[in-house]
Ligand binder design. Sequence first.
Ligand SMILES: NC(=O)c1ccc[n+]([C@@H]2O[C@H](COP(=O)([O-])OP(=O)(O)OC[C@H]3O[C@@H](n4cnc5c(N)ncnc54)[C@H](OP(=O)(O)O)[C@@H]3O)[C@@H](O)[C@H]2O)c1
Length: 320
Amino acid sequence: MNIAMTPTMKAIRFPTYGGPEVLQYEDVPRPIAGPGEVLVRIHAAGINPGDKNIRAGIANKQFGLTIPFPFIPGNDLSGEIAAVGPEVTAFQVGDLVYGLTMNGATYAEYATAQASQLAHKPPFMDHIQAAGVPLAALTAWQALFDHGHLEARQVVLINGASGGVGHFAVQFAKRKGARVIGVASGRNEAFLRELGVDQFIDYTATPVEKAAQNVDLVFDAVGGKHGNRLLQVLKRGGALVPIFWGEYSVEQAAAASVTIQDIAWVQPNAAQLDEIGRLIGLEHVHIHIETVLPLAEARKAHELIEGGQIRGKVVLRVAE
Ligand SMILES: NC(=O)c1ccc[n+]([C@@H]2O[C@H](COP(=O)([O-])OP(=O)(O)OC[C@H]3O[C@@H](n4cnc5c(N)ncnc54)[C@H](OP(=O)(O)O)[C@@H]3O)[C@@H](O)[C@H]2O)c1
């Protein structure tokens, strides 16, 4: 029997908010592609801190996000088209694809996705690498260029430079011709210098505001209670683009003639993913995969990302 025809599949679900222990590996109904959608047989699924924030109820408390239980997490996938829904012309069964799907539920053997949110997986990336790209790389791209309007020869400070989003942001900003200041803990200095940062700041040893100044754009991938300190490094007319909740004083920003933008929430964008894939193919951009775990061990993956000290990406292997 064609595996794509079985009515059930393995997936990770959680029945309630909680710690990594609420994640369960279960048999669940296989989804069906609706109009404009494809069904993807997933080979690998990327893990993102947002998955943990949803699981722990943080996204619910902080942003009012509600989810139906039991809930299958995940938005990043790389795999093969198993079926196409009505009105889909861009893909055929058997095509290899990757992307950020707003349908979610990618911690599973199959997931549906809007065809328009997927891109063809380039042959030079395997599924593990490809699953690590979409959400993090698109966040970096959109925050730097769509929201931050970064230009060549500007100075950008990337806070959280060694993480999933940050390590892409460093490379995209360098590629653009910007001067890049990367902020992370000392253990990531060599990694970030290799990715091209012009200046490295170890936040555990030096306050960022003492080590940088005259910055055009701050890309804050950390947020939290110390957000305000980052305002001090901006030059007049500079801007801070956050990608998560942080405490930033509007009064302090106004006094310094700098701007605090709204949180740059990532959006699926197949054209941008094609461009990012092209840069990876040209070896202008490298994906760092820190850990690969089987789907059944998603709980362990969430334990790993809990502390926010990941270098690059964590990916779930779903199929060989
Ligand atoms: N807006 C959106 O659409 C969107 C999309 C993706 C992610 N996000 C959010 O953005 C944040 C980053 O995501 P991610 O995937 O890059 O996370 P990640 O992979 O967990 O990376 C976090 C990185 O931040 C560094 N870090 C931790 N504390 C720091 C501090 N106080 N100062 C400077 N660097 C610090 C860590 O380096 P060390 O180990 O060296 O400390 C680590 O490499 C998360 O909060 C996530 O929820 C938002």
